[in-house]
Design a protein around this ligand. Sequence first.
Ligand code: SAM
Ligand code: SF4
Length: 350
Amino acid sequence: MMPEATTTLSPCSAKPGTGALTDAFCRRISYLRVSVTDRCDFRCTYCMAERVEFLPRKDLLTLEELDRLCSAFVGLGVTKLRITGGEPLVRKGILGFFRAMSRHLASGALRELTLTTNGSQLARHAEELAACGVRRVNVSLDTLDPGRFARLTRRGRLETVLDGIAAARAAGLRVKINAVALRGHTEDELFPLVDWCAAEGHDLTFIEVMPLGETSIEERLDQYLPLSDLRARLAGRFTLQPLAGTTGGPARYLQLAETGQRIGFITPLSHNFCESCNRVRLGCTGTLHTCLGQEGATDLRAPLRGCPQQAELEEAIRAAIARKPRGHDFDYSRAAPGGAVRRAMNRTGG
Ligand code: SAM
Ligand code: SF4
């Protein structure tokens, strides 16, 4: 079994409102994930419908608004910023935003500026991302088979993504491959992905498919492949050594004794990681989601657009963090996925 979080959350006696960002359960919030667009050049079957309706452009935060909001979070103690989407690198002018955020790295306020990408635009942007202080990049890649890749992403080309990954490495970026575990698919991909990542020196993490967005319940149950299944398959070929330590997120790590490789497992559905959750997500319209698995959210666009005062914006952020729920209710153990959330991953940011 993977190590489970054991702490039970209890309400915090400290008063919110001053100092570092802390929620009502004393969890310190230091990690912000920002979706900079809901648009994407792929239509991955587990993420988006083929004919997806994107939001009107006026609803998206401008890059200047994103700068102001992210900078406010950094001012309140956020030290890690992950840019995601949709596909972040399809947003026009996004490299200017990375350049702007790099000032917080230079000042020492931000420890890490990073992104999650499908890799389609990485070949042309990798060097500039490195120049902006990005050191690591997560690239989503579920298969190394070109035909399967095209079917799964509905419009992606594997070769383009592999070129992007090579460019990232050439620019000095560390690459972590994220693969969503899908029944009837990842069983075949497991060893090719593990071997390829070992040969290329990439980290690798598997993610359980989550019940987000409009995908039908039947489809979700068909797609769901528990990571315990992948782990058992790995154990058939490798000696697995659990690694201690947590990033405050849902990932747990194993080392393959034979290769020294570290494999991550993100299991929001089978393991409770909420006790150590240090993150919140800002959607592309300025909605703050303090829990990926709950519908509750706070609109920060209105205070952002309505008031030029930084203090009021900070107050709105603190109030939203104070309402961060204790945890999510995802559950596949019943006949239908419990705790499903209608909002799609591309708007909230994965
Ligand atoms: N477009 C970028 C990408 O694919 O890396 C960034 C956004 S994408 C929404 C972020 C991550 O969410 C990807 O690794 C993707 O595989 C994952 N993802 C999307 N839908 C998911 C779902 N329903 N369950 C689990 N992971 C999902
Ligand atoms: Fe686009 Fe990423 Fe969603 Fe795939 S997972 S459709 S690449 S946003």
